[in-house]
Design a protein around this ligand. Structure first.
Ligand code: ADP
Length: 488
């Protein structure tokens, strides 16, 4: 199949979170499985900084934005088994951040991403890449299905193109005023509750939910949760229920070559399952030295996370003194997100407990690798979690996860499950339940044999993408053979 993967971030070019890992990995997996994959991304400043050789595609094309025509050009590079294209328009994308600066989101994100979504469609025509499926991700590219059904339905180029929209996180919807509707090129006739209107505004994600041929989210549990309650569906649960028959839940994977403690060049000592105890002990010693932490009888607990309320960091704050009292240590590596207050709180905690708590603020992938390897426990008490990659990476590095029972965490971490015991689970996102799970984990850590077994189970779990690739392929098949395929 010819697959156009349209997204706002993908490794190895630009990343703020798990979305980039997923898009980058999917492109490679489908390329390896014989599909022709073109990834379409904005040409952010960060893309240049990634240092990969970019080749300019000769010529330019025009993209309607409101009453104007914006110019766009394309750059491309080969990346493994996929071709990657970058839509260039410096006005929109030559900025410091992907979505905003350190203070706030950019005020024109509606214009930036409606431009990008429409430019992706124009770009595919420009390079004559006629996709069978356009695989869209999150609100930033969710207008593409609406464009196809409402504005490109008479365009022969797209007569045999269907769409799949993957929902990585319902907390981000791209909710804008109705001015954005006209900037996007839609009109009043489209502004009805069944189509694009959303409580008097324009919700990009809803547009995708209505018009994509198929939908999926990134774990079976989250697929159920977002249809059943407003807490998870964030106001879109009604639309999601209407499309229930077209909505699948497919668990994300991780790239087991990218994340491999046996070959990871960032680690002071590399290790596999057989020598995990010694390897991790050496990595922990180095991490303690790096963070200025003392030796300790208890486990080293890691938090590697966007600093965002979603991640239950308030619960970490609440249990933090008890962690220290129990003789354990905590290293927090956090960046991005909307949680500036968390950074401050962790900074204060590190000052209060300098030998047991350390904060490394910033986006630093080599540091995450060292910390996954050094950690005995990986704490991730999310209030909701569409899938979560960090807990899977942690397991691969032998850091046993302590998580809340929600979304993808519930689908990947099991405390008592006949042979699959790979972590510890708090049933509710409360400080009491999280502390109880941590206590069980700290107690298990002190029982050497039981601990090694759990680390072994965690390290041997199969989180590879191959498992989920087939499920995505069936969805692509469903897209191209669906009765509504290609037509509004
Ligand atoms: P989300 O996408 O909600 O942020 P995931 O668990 O799905 O959460 O993915 C997070 C990804 O971002 C993982 O690859 C994790 O290692 C990485 N990450 C988290 N915090 C940092 C950080 N401070 N620096 C670098 N990478 C980070």
């Amino acid at each position: 199949m010819k697959i156009l993967m349209a997204a706002s971030e993908a490794i190895p070019f630009c990343k703020t979170g798990g979305l980039a890992d997923v898009v980058g990995a999917l492109a490679q997996v489908f390329g390896r499985r014989g599909h022709q994959v073109a990834v379409m991304l904005p040409k952010y400043r960060e893309v240049e900084a990634a240092g990969l050789p970019l080749e300019a595609v000769p010529g330019r094309f025009l993209v309607p934005v409101g009453d104007n025509l914006e110019r766009a050009s394309l750059f491309k590079t080969r990346c493994g088994k996929a071709e990657a294209y970058f839509v260039d328009n410096p006005k929109y994308f030559d900025r410091n951040g992907l979505y905003g600066d350190s203070a706030a989101d950019y005020a024109d994100n509606d214009e930036r991403f409606l431009f990008f979504s429409r430019a992706a469609l124009e770009a595919a025509k420009f390079i004559d890449f006629r996709p069978d499926v356009i695989h869209c991700h999150d609100w930033e590219t969710a207008l593409i299905p609406a464009y196809l059904k409402l504005l490109y339905h008479t365009d022969a180029f797209y007569a045999r193109t269907g769409t799949l929209l993957t929902l990585h996180n319902l907390a981000y919807q791209g909710l804008f005023g109705k001015d954005a509707l006209f900037l996007a090129g839609f009109g009043w006739t489209h502004f009805t509750p069944e189509r694009l209107e959303y409580y008097g505004g324009f919700n990009f994600l809803k547009a995708g939910l209505v018009y994509a041929d198929r939908l999926n989210t990134v774990s079976p549990s989250y697929a159920k949760e977002i249809q059943t309650s407003a807490e998870f569906g964030r106001g879109l649960e009604g639309v999601l229920r209407q499309r229930s028959g077209d909505l699948a839940g497919i668990l994300n994977g991780i790239d087991c070559e990218v994340w491999d403690p046996e070959t990871d060049q960032c680690l002071p000592v590399r290790y596999g399952r057989a020598n995990a105890a010694e390897g991790k002990a050496a990595c922990k010693k180095a991490m303690r030295h790096e963070c200025g932490l003392a030796g300790a009888r208890g486990p080293l607990i890691a938090v590697i996370s966007r600093l965002d309320p979603q991640k239950g960091l308030d619960l970490v704050q609440e249990v933090l003194p008890r962690i220290v009292e129990a003789g354990a240590q905590l290293v927090v590596l956090g960046a991005n997100g909307n949680g500036h207050e968390f950074r401050e709180d962790f900074r204060k905690a590190a000052a209060r407990f300098p030998s047991a708590v350390h904060l490394h603020a910033g986006f630093d992938e080599p540091a995450t690798r060292r910390l996954y390897a050094a950690a005995d426990l990986f704490l991730m008490p999310s209030r909701f979690e569409p899938c979560g990659l960090s807990q899977m990476i942690a397991m691969r590095y032998g850091a046993v996860p302590v998580v809340t029972h929600t979304g993808g965490l519930a689908d990947t971490v099991f405390e008592a499950d006949g042979g699959r015991e790979n972590g510890f689970v708090a049933l509710q996102a409360t400080a009491e339940d999280v502390w109880a799970a941590l206590q069980r984990a700290i107690a298990a850590y002190s029982r050497g044999k039981e601990w090694s077994r759990r680390v072994g189970v965690a390290m041997s779990a199969d989180h590879s993408w191959e498992r989920s690739a087939e499920a995505y392929e069936s969805l692509y098949q469903a897209v191209v053979s669906s009765p509504a395929f290609g037509r509004g």
